[in-house]
Design a protein. Sequence first.
Length: 290
Amino acid sequence: MSSRTINVFFGLFIAFHRILTLQLGRKPRFFLYVFYGTFILISVLFSALLSPQAVAAEKKEMPRVLYVSDPWPPYILGEIGRPATGGVAVNFARELLKRLGFQMDTMLYPWEECLRMIHEHTADIVFPLIQTTERSGYMTFSQTVFISHDRVWYLRRRGEPVQWQLMSDLYPYRVATIRGYSHGVDMDKAIEENKFKEVFYGADHLENIDKLMNNEVDLMIADEQVMQDIIRRHPKWRDKFSFARKAISKSQYKIAFSKGSKLSSRIDDINLEIKRMRSDGSLRKIFSNY
């Protein structure tokens, strides 16, 4: 029962109590006792009837939004076609939206499908994401939440370590990436203009690793934290891979919202809450596990 309903009941009780007391005076209080019992019984019954409605109203006040991504440990954990089972990005987004009064549902799809759903307004959120001019056309981006690095990975058995200074130094190589991923302006432009010897688009990093180990590609591009997490989960690969010292990009990861989502109009509140989570230590605590 809500506090407002309790106040109403209490007010009625006091009013009727005063009326009956004045009417009965010093006469036997039998009718007063009957009144007390009846009032308590009605209160209990009325409370029982109101409780489901109050719970339903409370749930209705928490609008649901849909977070989509592909599996990307340690940021997003789970399997394609199912809700996410966890991950630092999922946990952060859920806590952020809870503070803003939203319940967050999740579902994992192939990456291109996720971007299509955001574009068509059938999903609300994708995170983490790098902001690009194209994506800004149909997404609203938050401030930067965290920074990581995309790097060039290769097999150590190649002998000579891969070194590069200019993007053109990488053109002679066969490169693996994932379609729809952004690796910064220079790399994205080079891929778009077919500058590399060959570009292979894997469904995920594990497929690209398989291509790399079978000598079907020379290099793969992957986020440093993601690749390190994959290696931790596959100890047999611990000494097989290395990366070029120079990073492809310093990626500023943000939360992106479909411009058709109710969240898009709350971007100022979202940015303010991200600042609060950074200052109160919540962001650091969530991301300290990767």
